[in-house]
Design a protein around this ligand. Structure first.
Ligand code: NAP
Length: 278
């Protein structure tokens, strides 16, 4: 039996195991997927464990998406651009190749949306925000604005993105000071604000601010539980197009399986399993 896992901390809420198992089943692959809580201080010993116990690959989540890159043998273009790794393949010789499939997941979730030459706003500046920025750069946006509660801490991200993606204008604004989103084609929530068990009764932007968006704008909340956050409820009541994080979660998992196994799992089966687990 092949072995796969998710590492990160804390992982209590994760439905990744259910999604991956449905994917393996759809491919007729005999494989297991374990949830292995790994605090940052245990990362090195966890990696040793995964290699010596013959795991074939693993996913990585907060807070390890950046530090993991120090310990792998190669990173793909998306992981390099996003400075975040969410998928690792352990090769037969025990070398580790790292990837970012969140970028793929994000892009596939809004395949029908055109962002060519448009302006995009991203709430948050963590790993998911980076992946969203890389995905939207591939969709040829003109400008990306990161909204953050900590501008000094975001300068490094900003400079890195500007250097790596010189065709796109990057800016950063204080999240608490957003007053108008008039000229934004899309607003992405890449903060945990609105997530079940964290701040489900909170919104990352006020209704009045959201109401300044054009009627053809998209609000994409990367949160998948609840499926309709307060932000998405507001957006829907304003007639805006809404997308939640479930498809992104499924597509990033499917892309990880393709990297590990060289075969495409059935995303529909994976989605049904996820919906049953939420
Ligand atoms: P992360 O690296 O911890 O980043 C979180 C970001 O949110 C940081 O910029 C943080 O700001 C900001 N933030 C946290 N609390 C905030 C608040 N109260 N007000 C304003 N900003 C706040 O996490 P991540 O991995 O990027 O994940 C972010 C979200 O995306 C989570 O909800 C996660 O579940 C979701 N996600 C979904 C998928 C999917 O497949 N659907 C994939 C990845 C992530 P500071 O830096 O100032 O703390």
């Amino acid at each position: 039996m092949s072995k796969f896992a998710l590492i990160g901390f804390p992982l209590g809420h994760s439905i990744s195991g259910v999604i991956h198992k449905a994917g393996f089943e759809s491919l007729g692959v005999n494989a297991d997927y374990e949830i292995l809580e790994t605090p940052p201080d245990d990362l090195v010993s966890r990696l040793k464990y995964l290699k010596t116990q013959d795991y074939s690959g693993f996913n990585v989540t907060i807070p390890l998406k950046l530090p993991i890159s120090l310990f792998v043998n190669s990173v793909d273009r998306y992981a390099d651009l996003a400075r975040a790794v969410n998928t690792v393949k352990i090769e037969a010789d025990k070398t580790m190749s790292a990837y970012n499939t969140d970028v793929i997941g994000f892009r596939k979730s809004i395949e029908d949306v055109s962002l060519y030459n448009k302006k995009a706003g991203i709430l948050g500046t963590g790993g998911a925000a980076h992946a969203a920025a890389v995905a939207m750069s591939e969709m040829n946006v003109k400008e990306i604005v990161f909204f953050t509660r900590n501008i000094p801490n975001s300068i490094d991200t900003m400079n890195y993105m500007r250097r790596k993606l010189p065709d796109i204008t990057f800016n950063v604004y204080q999240i608490e000071r957003i007053s108008s989103l008039e000229d934004y084609a899309i607003l992405v929530n890449a903060t945990p604000v609105g997530m079940l068990g964290k701040a489900a009764d909170m919104k990352p932007v006020y209704y009045n601010t959201l109401s300044t968006m054009n009627k053809d704008a998209v609000v994409f909340d990367l949160i998948y539980n609840p499926r309709k956050t307060l932000l998405l409820q507001d957006a829907q009541s304003l007639g805006l197009k809404t997308v939640n994080g479930l498809d992104m979660l499924i597509y990033q998992a499917a892309a990880a399986q393709e990297i590990w196994l060289g075969k495409k799992p059935d995303v529909k089966a994976m989605k049904i399993a996820a919906l049953e687990a939420i």
